[in-house]
Design a protein around this ligand. Structure first.
Ligand SMILES: Cc1cc2nc3c(=O)[nH]c(=O)nc-3n(C[C@H](O)[C@H](O)[C@H](O)COP(=O)(O)OP(=O)(O)OC[C@H]3O[C@@H](n4cnc5c(N)ncnc54)[C@H](O)[C@@H]3O)c2cc1C
Length: 449
């Protein structure tokens, strides 16, 4: 049953990143009047790839994002390999994503996805304003003040202003700064045609899937995008002295890259040698934010502003899309903005917090030194069972992650009903312990290695 909102709301979204544009697309499709305020003069989505898991593509498809215009690669599998000889630790099949979880697993270029969302938002009538940096929030009005002094009001303000969120700082008095995780990500793009000339590298383009080479202090993730025109590499590594010390983003250097990974398997040597200009990013996440909604119930955080996560589960943008879907459902189903925002936080926060916590645990899991722990980790990683320390390593957790439909009625069960009771599906879920972070064993201690 399709429910349409009874009232069309006037909504301001601060930030035109993937999260802000997803919210603009979903809300405008429901007839709300939406304006997006983006601080930069021109959009500058990072020149890199992004993985779209089924819980993400399901929503993008529902919002009618034109995948005919986005050159994607369909992921066949997720292959975990050893760093030194490339031997297989585990292959997780993803080619049956549509049958198993109801939507495909895709790899795309970020800029293409951003353009797809922007086009759809504009076609839905969203007003997108660049060079509109917000410098102040009035959480009660609600209104925002731009750098040039203009004050803009609305019925609802969504702060999708990223990990360095001004809204979060003004809500909590700068008390929740981004947390330095100690890791850096090198984002590298290699032309597919260069790899096709090499018999060892060609399969990485011709058999699309994600490969993660796991080694001491680093794991290297690679997957093709743009229908194989490009191969996207994210080197996730422990930050070394001098790397991204003062700036969050710095230029990378091929000689350093080759030196750091000189002992890794031959394909890694070749990929490093093909890396041209690339950037290094210092990786941050956040301690759980006490609240995503201001007490006046007119301003809410969305996406990385409230739940930035290490990219190790490839779920950050997916989580922002789930936020957008949940909010649009709330405004459909509830008669007041306050009730919709209360549901939004109650429903979204537990799931997003689990994903944040589990992503963080993979930092330790994927970067272990060779030895007894690593051998036992690899043995567990090969088994499809609950003691597998990889989040995707067990079919039930893959289902929890990928089959989730943030727009579906069953995802929209408020945690507390009008009379204060927990609805039965939530009771069952918590009795199973399914939503508890502790119940999803990841660490060495929890797995009892
Ligand atoms: C290396 C890496 C790999 C990743 N891989 C994946 C992946 O494979 N799959 C996945 O789902 N996620 C992935 N992620 C996470 C994903 O990129 C982010 O979660 C997502 O882009 C966050 O979107 P956002 O819109 O919330 O924030 P942002 O993208 O940060 O957008 C915020 C926007 O707000 C604007 N802004 C900020 N302040 C103001 C202001 N005061 N006024 C106006 N505008 C403002 C900014 O200019 C920006 O455009 C990855 C992240 C990293 C670092």
């Amino acid at each position: 049953m399709v429910i349409t909102p009874a009232t069309s709301r006037d909504i301001l979204i601060v930030g035109g990143g993937l999260g802000g544009l997803a919210a603009a697309t979903a809300l405008s499709a429901d007839g709300h009047r939406v304006r997006v305020l983006e601080g930069t003069k021109v959009f500058a989505e990072a020149g890199a790839g992004i993985r779209l898991p089924p819980n993400s593509t399901r929503l993008l498809q529902k919002w009618n994002i034109d995948f005919g215009e986005i050159k994607y690669c369909r992921a066949g599998s997720y292959h975990f390999r050893r760093w030194q000889d490339g031997s297989t630790i585990r292959i997780i099949p993803l080619h049956e994503a549509e049958t198993l979880w109801g939507a495909p697993y895709l790899h795309v270029h970020r800029a293409d996805l951003h353009t797809g969302l922007l086009k759809k938002a504009l076609a839905n009538g969203v007003q997108v304003v660049n060079n509109a940096k917000v410098v102040k929030y009035d959480f009660d009005a609600p209104s925002v003040t731009l750098e040039d002094g203009q004050v803009l009001t609305a019925e609802l303000v969504l702060a999708a202003d990223g990990i360095k969120s001004l809204a979060r700082a003004q809500l909590f008095g700068n008390s929740i700064p981004p947390r330095d995780t100690g890791d850096v990500a090198y984002r590298i793009l290699i032309r597919g045609e260069q790899m096709l000339k090499d018999a060892e590298l060609a399969p990485l383009i011709l058999q699309p899937g994600t490969t993660s080479w796991c080694g001491p202090e680093a794991h290297i993730v690679g997957y093709p995008i743009r229908a194989g025109e490009l191969y996207n590499i994210v080197v996730c590594a422990t930050r070394r002295p001098g790397e991204c010390e003062t700036d969050w983003v710095i230029q990378g250097d091929r000689a350093d890259l080759m030196d750091r990974f000189k002992d890794w398997e031959p394909r890694i040597q070749k990929l490093c040698a093909l890396a041209d200009s690339f950037l290094k990013w210092r990786l941050h996440d956040l301690m759980p934010v006490p609240s995503w909604v201001h007490s006046a119930s007119k301003v809410a955080l969305l996406g990385d502003s409230c739940h930035p996560t290490l990219p190790y589960l490839s779920q950050g943008a997916a989580a922002a899309f789930e936020d957008a879907a949940c909010l649009s459902q709330g405004l459909r189903r509830r008669s007041t903005i306050a009730a919709a925002l209360s549901d939004y936080e109650a429903i979204r926060k537990p799931r997003a917090s689990i994903i944040q916590a589990k992503s963080r645990e993979h930092q330790e899991l994927l970067h272990v030194e060779d030895g007894e722990f690593q051998r036992r980790r690899d043995m567990e990683m090969a088994m499809d069972r609950d003691s597998n320390p990889l989040f995707w390593g067990w079919a039930d957790r893959r289902k929890w992650l990928f089959a989730h439909d943030a727009e579906a009625a069953e995802s929209f069960v408020p945690l507390v009903t009008e009379d204060g009771a927990k609805p039965s599906s939530q009771r069952q879920a918590s009795q199973r312990g399914f939503f508890s972070v502790q119940s999803l064993p990841i660490t060495a201690q929890a797995v009892k290695l």
